[in-house]
Design a protein around this ligand. Structure first.
Ligand SMILES: [Zn+2]
Length: 123
């Protein structure tokens, strides 16, 4: 009789564990679905931005008689502003060696005094 009582308690514990695991799985599935939706929305936004960038580039290239080489050179210059040729525009606070105020490394020159940021300033 006592053994039957104990095995009943064990079954009850197992049922609680299964219920708790089922709940955790349900939450994980909901999180995964939300993440898929976020990724899908971001992909749509990136595709729209890429299309708008292409349209802007073609408009500017036509109006100003620019070439793909001009675009590539400018892209390399912008890429190197953070000191790394990695295809990304990471940014960091940058203290101007001339006026001492802080600008963002994405900018080509100091927002306050106009000093051009280049070379070792990013090192
Ligand atoms: Zn400055």
């Amino acid at each position: 009789m006592y053994n039957i009582f104990l095995s009943g308690l064990a079954v009850s514990d197992q049922a609680q564990t299964v219920a708790s695991q089922t709940s955790a799985l349900r939450q994980a599935a909901q999180s995964a679905a939300a993440a898929r939706t976020d990724v899908s929305e971001m992909r749509d936004q990136v595709e729209r931005l890429a299309m708008l960038t292409q349209a802007m580039w073609e408009l500017v290239a036509e109006r100003l008689h620019l070439t793909e080489t001009d675009l590539e050179q400018k892209a390399q210059e912008v890429d190197l502003r953070d000191g790394k040729a990695d295809g990304k525009m990471s940014s960091h606070p940058l203290r101007c060696p001339q006026c001492g105020r802080v600008s963002n490394s994405r900018h080509k020159k100091c927002l306050y005094c106009g000093l051009l940021f280049e070379g070792s300033v990013f090192g």
